[in-house]
Design a protein around this ligand. Structure first.
Ligand code: UD1
Ligand code: CA
Length: 480
């Protein structure tokens, strides 16, 4: 099949009044990604990005900026006067640019984000095999209220089953009393013979409940001219559900996250109570990894095999290796964690934390722009910021890097095998040599050479019997 015969239009100009939100509807997110980005991703599996036309209008600059990296084309619909008007803008854009018309036009909705590539392809294929002027993707949900309804041609005689032919699409507010229960909804996803659609667009009017140009009116107009309009039912209802309210968006979000969890489980990941986990759609996890309840895996996070993420951890845009243990309550943002490392409970890895193979980052430890070498340990109550720590280093409880002088951030370098005693403060910029020892409680302000011992505190003074002598003296004073 010649893919140049097809283009895809995605209607994304609407405001989404029913959301009561400042954010344009198509930039609301499900599965951690904007609705429109899901639709574009599906569209790109069917035609190349430069054959995809996003119709934008409400907050168009914001929408354009959010999806520009996908390489799609944009058509501006400055005023949103309905889905038919959106197509009029597309037609005007083709006329203005003089670009040759694609023979067929697939139309998707920016607010129907669960649509699968296979389903778009199925609409295309039925459209071709039926030689239709318009093909409509439909579904029969439990409650069709709010959607436009697709009316099929009723064949003559009893016991005759309705075929694929459609007579009209009727919007919810225009349904007659006998049509209110019509079960088959219009998904807002279509394939048109481009010329047949464009020839009819100028004849649309706004004589309807919303005072808008309805793209759905094209169906009856084509039928009136003897053109073939057909419907194809989607395999699953969820796939064509629209997102008009926050509650509907959250419903789709839950459906998408459950689908993501199922995909991971099908690849050998154990997820306890998947309905309690928040897993974004682009997350990848290797087999035999265990995800406990109430875990969030966000953004472009990847986790290797045989790892375990315990409850209440939130991991975002991070890369974890194999056999990594993330104990309860850890927060990771843009971190890299090598094989066999152990984190937490309650570790906080901020951006550019790189935890080496088999390293330990324990409870109440915060890292930022910190590299911790192979097998190194920082197990209790540390702050490690702007630091490069070698292999086999032990950072004692409460030790911290003082990376900030109030104006600039400075680097702390710690060589392989060094031992930093508890409660030390390392005032950067500073270098601690390989194998060096820092005495507990030290404030270190000067570089320490390899293998040296550094003490940065005053010597202890012990006064034997001082307490008893002091008490005796104060009792004597009271008497007098
Ligand atoms: C539309 C269909 C309805 C169908 C439903 C499926 C019409 C008239 N009705 O209704 O039959 O059951 O989708 O979800 O088409 N948009 C623009 N420009 C506009 C208006 C809308 O680009 O001027 C975009 C919106 O951003 C949205 C899509 O078109 O992505 C659908 O618009 P919406 O207002 O949500 O239509 P529905 O009322 O849901
Ligand atoms: Ca809608």
């Amino acid at each position: 099949m010649d893919t140049n015969q097809f283009a895809i239009a995605i209607m994304a100009a609407g405001k989404g009044t029913r959301l009561k939100s400042k954010r344009p509807k198509v930039l609301h997110e499900i599965g951690g990604r904007a609705l429109l980005l899901h639709v574009i991703a599906a569209a790109k599996t069917v035609v190349p990005a430069d054959h995809i036309y996003c119709i934008i209008g409400h907050e168009s600059d914001r929408v354009r900026a959010a999806v520009a990296a996908t390489g799609v084309q944009f058509v501006l619909q400055p005023e949103q006067r309905g889905t038919g008007h959106a197509m009029q803008m597309l037609k005007a854009d083709f006329e203005l640019s003089g670009a040759s018309l694609p023979k067929h036009l697939l139309v998707l909705s920016g607010d129907v984000p669960l649509i699968r590539p296979e389903t778009i392809a199925a609409v295309r294929d039925v459209h071709l095999s039926e030689r239709a002027a318009m093909t409509i993707l439909t579904a029969v949900p439990a409650d069709p209220t709010g959607y436009g309804r697709v009316l099929r041609l009723k064949p003559e005689g009893p016991n005759q089953k309705a075929g694929p032919e459609v007579t009209a699409i009727v919007e919810q507010k225009s349904l007659g009393p006998d049509q209110l229960n019509a079960p088959e909804i219009n998904s807002g996803i279509y394939c048109f013979e481009t010329k047949a659609l464009f020839d009819k667009l100028d004849a649309l009017d706004t004589n309807n409940a919303h005072g808008e140009f309805y793209l759905t009116d094209i169906a009856a107009m084509l039928v009136a001219e003897g053109r073939r309009v057909v419907a194809i039912k989607a395999d699953s209802v969820d796939e064509v559900l629209g997102a008009n309210t926050i509650a509907e968006i959250m419903h789709l979000d839950a459906a998408m996250r459950l689908a993501t969890a199922k995909r991971l489980m099908a690849n050998g990941v154990t997820i306890f109570r998947p309905e309690t986990c928040v897993i974004d759609s682009e997350v990848a996890v290797g087999p035999d990894t265990v995800i406990e309840p109430y875990v969030q895996l966000l953004g472009k996070t990847t986790i290797g095999s045989e790892s375990r993420v315990r409850s209440y951890s939130v991991i975002q845009n991070s890369q974890l290796g194999d056999n990594v243990t993330v104990r309860n309550g850890c927060i990771l943002d843009t971190a890299e964690v090598a094989d066999n490392a152990i984190l937490g409970p309650y570790a906080h890895l901020r951006p550019e934390s790189r935890i080496g193979e088999g390293a330990h980052v324990g409870n109440f430890v915060e890292t930022k722009k910190a590299t911790l070498g192979k097998g190194s340990k920082a197990n209790h109550l540390n702050y490690l910021g702007d630091t490069v720590i070698g292999a086999g280093v032990n950072i004692g409880a409460g030790a911290i890097t003082c990376n900030y002088d109030g104006v600039h951030k400075h680097l702390t370098t710690i060589g392989d095998g060094a031992f930093v005693g508890s409660d030390s403060t390392l005032v950067a910029p500073i270098t601690i040599g390989a194998g060096a020892y820092i005495a507990a409680g030290s404030s270190i302000t000067e570089d320490v050479p390899d293998g040296a011992l550094a003490l940065g505190r005053s010597r202890q003074v012990t006064k034997p019997g001082w307490v008893a002598a002091k008490r005796a003296a104060s009792t004597e004073a009271k008497k007098n």
